[in-house]
Structure formats: C-alpha cells, structure tokens
Ligand binder design. Structure first.
Ligand SMILES: Nc1ncnc2c1ncn2[C@@H]1O[C@H](COP(=O)(O)OP(=O)(O)OP(=O)(O)O)[C@@H](O)[C@H]1O
Ligand SMILES: [Mg+2]
Ligand SMILES: [Mg+2]
Length: 478
C-alpha cells in the first residue's frame, strides 16, 4: 500500500554508451581489458592536460532530456567539484552545478495501486565518471587498494528526481522504466557492469532525510529503502531524532550503515570549469528525432497484435525482448506473446541466459508447430528446453531445428486413434476410479486423464483427450 508519509527522491547516474570518453579520444570499450590500458593524460588528469568535450555525449544527454520532456536552457556550464580521493587524480571531477544541461521534466510511472502518476525530474547534468578502486585485504599483509582508470572520464548523466516517489516498489518501477527508456533511446547499455548507480534519498514526513549512496542494483534500491523505512519508523516511535546523514547500503546484508564522510556542498568548493566554454545547445533539441518509446510501443502492440495489456507490458519493458517478439510474431501474434512472455523469458532467466543468445528463427518455427497443432504445449516446452540447453552459442545453421527435435524425441501429437487404445487400457486397469466416476465423483476423470497423459508423455491434446475419455466412460455405464 502506498503510504503518503514516505518521501523518496532519487539521483541516478547512468553511463552513456558513447564510443569515446567525455573529454578525450580514449575508447570506452574496455570490458575485459587489462586495467589502465584505455587512458591518456586527459583522463588520467595529468597537470596541464586540456579537456575537449565529446559532442556525442552532449547529443545523448539532450536525447534523454527530450524524451523526459525537460527544458534545455540557453546556456549551461561545467563546474569543478573538488574532492580528494585516488579515484580522481586531478583532485576534482568535471561536473555541472547550478547550470545543468536540462531542467524540469516528467516521467509517468504506475503507483502501487496501478494508477499512473507523474514523477517530476528536477534536472539532468553531464559529468565524468571517476576511476575504479579495488580494495584488497589479506590475512598476512596490510590492506591495499588498486586503481583502474579505464573507467575514468566515461560520460555519465545524473538524473535527479523531485521527492515525488511514495514507496520502495514505486521507486523500483521508476528505475525499470527509466532503464527501458534509456535503452530505447540507444544511449545506454544496461547490461554493462556498473552502468547505473543510484543515490536513494528517503524521509518520513516531518523528519530529516537520509541519503543512501551508490547502490548498483534496482533490487538493492528497493531493499535499502525498505530497511530505511523500518529503521526510521522505529527511531520515531522511540521519540528519537533522525539525523540528516549519508548512509551506505551493504548489498550482502541488506542493511544500511552510517558513513562518517562529512562532505557537503561547501566542501566541494564548486566553481566554473575554466578550461571548457559554456554550452549553448538549446537549439539542437529541435533536430533530435526520438524513436518509439516504451509506452508508445506497448500501445502499438495491443492495437496491432491484439495481445493483452499485461503481455504487451512484459514484452515492451526491454528493447531486445520487444524486438525479439516482433521477429517471431508473424507466425501467430497471440501464441507468440504467450511463448515469449510467459515461457521463454522464464526459461532463459532460469538458465541466466540473455535473449540475444536465443535464435529467433528456431523460436518462430516452434511457435508454428504449436499453432498448427503438430505438438502440444507440453511437448513444446520440452522442445524449447532441448533447444536452450543445446543450441545456444552454436551457429544457428548447425543447431537442431524444432521439427527435428520433435521427430527425434517422438513428440508428434498423439492422434485420436493413438490414445483410444491407451484410454481402453487405463479404464481396464483402474476399475475403482471408473466406479467412483459412475458414483458421481466427477473428479475421478482427472485421474484417468492424467494416467493417459503419463502413458503418452504429454503428447495428447488435453481437450481432445478429455472429450474422448468422457465418451469412453459413458460406454462403460451399465
Ligand atoms: N524530504 C525529502 N525526503 C526524501 N528525499 C528528498 C527530500 N528532499 C529532497 N529529496 C531528494 O534528495 C535529492 C537531492 O539531491 P541533490 O543532488 O539536489 O542534493 P544533495 O543530495 O544534497 O547533493 P549531492 O549531489 O551531493 O548528493 C533529490 O533526489 C530530492 O528529490
Ligand atoms: Mg546530486
Ligand atoms: Mg544527493
């Protein structure tokens, strides 16, 4: 239930998937490479190095701004946010402060009762990501830290919301929708490790706010917020004061702990970045053409394919899933919706696979086999599992086609004649159940049908079998 006394606002840092970094030409594609191999004097922050702004990053930020209906002011400005920490050798982060690239937008999200509501976006600003620190501890030597500057100066946008969210679930839905919007805009790669980091602010009405910093998963945000609601409520009940503070979320334990970092705005000593000129890009926004976004695609799916609102929602929540669905929908949009949304997604989740790994052609064929009544749904699941367990990563050409799997495993749907014999056997072998049936226990028929299903290993169509069983039982009536 939404609780009107819970107040939540988010600051979301998202990595933009530009080819090069925010202020230099270093490649951002360093996944799996050795540490410190994608660096130069600029992103290492060596003295005297001059930043040069990446136009692609600006265009990506503007694309997001337009999608979330923000206003782009005439002039925006970069600022230095000063702090001392080894993830940032030059001693300051180039960010934006009082003149961000975009202000005042909205994104619609469903509240806990399923009613749409607008969450106001305060601002979006551009900034550089710092390097990555890895802290090592060991039993036999003093702890030490390693620094990798490959990530240093990857472009980030920080999206700040107004405190309009009212529950941890709502916050998670907001983040999911934001992620899906960014993916549709093709400015962001959600599968990349650390591509999104959230600071979650939360207060109970009339009390101070607490900020839980640097949470790297949506589930983590929801958990941290739930933990905070309980913690803050307990303090209030005991008549204690909520300190305005920064807390850290310990993912493994699902709790937040106070962190003594005392930095506040004054400590950052923000001032305008003298090495970069003010940005005047408000004119660019008109030339940006937005793609179809998740809400629009969902509505189109409902109208064009005649599928349910729920299916459409599941299928359009992820750009790749939506594309996948559209490439197999031809065979039969309704059957395809069931097979992709209700069955395939579960099966690939279970195997920690990605939708990209699934050959669309084979799923299309499988859907056609179901549509044509060649196999039952139950056999379809069997075929799908064989495909997912054996075909993946293989060349689609060499991967066994659904029809061949059906033949090899003998899964072709049992025709009426095939199971009449089984029905006879089952009836003969279970006189008690038959007697129960005639005594008015209609449930006994389920047992008998189940026996035939077992004997035919799910190859019988349940509807046909039920009718045939009812007819056969009638004949046994005295
Ligand atoms: N009473 C409140 N309860 C919960 N959240 C709040 C409340 N008031 C403001 N917020 C949220 O706190 C966030 C403020 O972020 P902002 O970046 O402006 O300031 P900050 O957290 O002080 O600075 P920093 O960028 O250093 O974290 C916003 O997301 C806002 O919605
Ligand atoms: Mg902030
Ligand atoms: Mg903050």
């Amino acid at each position: 239930m939404t609780d009107k006394t819970v107040i939540i606002g988010l600051e979301i840092h998202c990595q933009l998937n530009t080819k090069t970094k925010l202020f230099c030409g270093c490649s951002t594609d360093f996944q799996g490479d050795e540490p410190n191999t994608h660096v130069c004097p600029i992103c290492l922050g060596l003295p005297g190095a001059m930043p040069r702004l990446n136009k692609q990053a600006v265009l990506y930020a503007l694309k997001v701004a337009k999608a979330l209906k923000l206003t782009v002011p005439e002039v925006s400005e970069f600022s230095r946010k000063n702090y001392f920490y080894p993830d940032l050798p030059k001693g300051y982060q180039i960010s934006q402060y009082d003149k961000p690239i975009a202000e005042k937008g909205i994104m619609e999200v469903d509240d806990d009762e399923g009613h749409p509501k607008n969450i106001r976006i305060t601002r979006i600003h551009l900034e550089e990501d710092p390097g990555r620190l890895i802290h090592k501890t060991s039993r036999d030597r003093a702890g030490y830290s390693l620094v990798d500057y490959n990530r240093s100066s990857i472009p980030l946008i920080e999206i700040v919301t107004e405190p309009d969210l009212r529950s941890p679930k709502e916050a998670r839905r907001f983040l999911n929708k934001l992620r899906s919007t960014l993916e549709y805009l093709e400015v962001f790669d959600g599968e990349r490790e650390g591509s999104i980091r959230v600071d979650a602010n939360i207060s109970i009405k009339g009390h101070n706010r607490v900020e839980c910093k640097n949470i790297s998963s949506y589930k983590g945000v929801e958990k941290a917020l739930n933990f905070e609601i309980t913690r803050q409520r307990n303090l209030i009940r005991k008549g204690q004061r909520i300190e305005q503070e920064t807390r850290h979320f310990l993912e493994g334990r699902g709790i937040t702990t106070s962190s003594r970092s005392k930095e506040n705005e004054n400590d950052y000593r923000y001032f305008p970045e003298p090495d970069l000129r003010p940005l005047r890009v408000s004119g660019w926004i008109d030339d940006i053409v937005l793609p179809e976004l998740p809400d629009a695609r969902r509505e189109r799916f409902i109208a064009q394919y005649g599928i349910s609102e729920n299916h459409a929602r599941t299928l359009t929540g992820d750009l790749k899933v939506a594309n996948f669905y559209e490439s197999v929908a031809d065979a039969d949009p309704a059957i395809a919706a069931i097979w992709v949304a209700d069955i395939l997604l579960g099966e690939i989740n279970y195997r920690s696979m990605r939708i990209d790994d699934v050959p669309t052609m084979n799923i299309g064929d499988l859907i056609a086999l179901i549509r044509d009544g060649t196999i039952t749904d139950k056999s379809g699941v069997e075929v799908l599992r064989v495909m997912l367990d054996h075909c993946i990563g293989e060349d689609v050409e060499t991967c066994e086609m659904p029809a061949d799997i059906v033949t090899r495993l003998g899964l072709t749907k049992a025709a009426g004649d095939d199971f009449t014999a089984e029905i006879g056997k089952v009836i003969a072998a279970n006189p008690n159940a038959v007697a129960d049936y005639h005594a008015g226990k209609k449930g006994a028929v389920n047992f008998l049908v189940g026996q035939v299903m077992k004997a035919t290993r799910g190859r019988a169509d349940p509807k046909e079998l039920n009718t045939a069983m009812a007819d056969a039982l009638k004949e046994t009536e005295e």
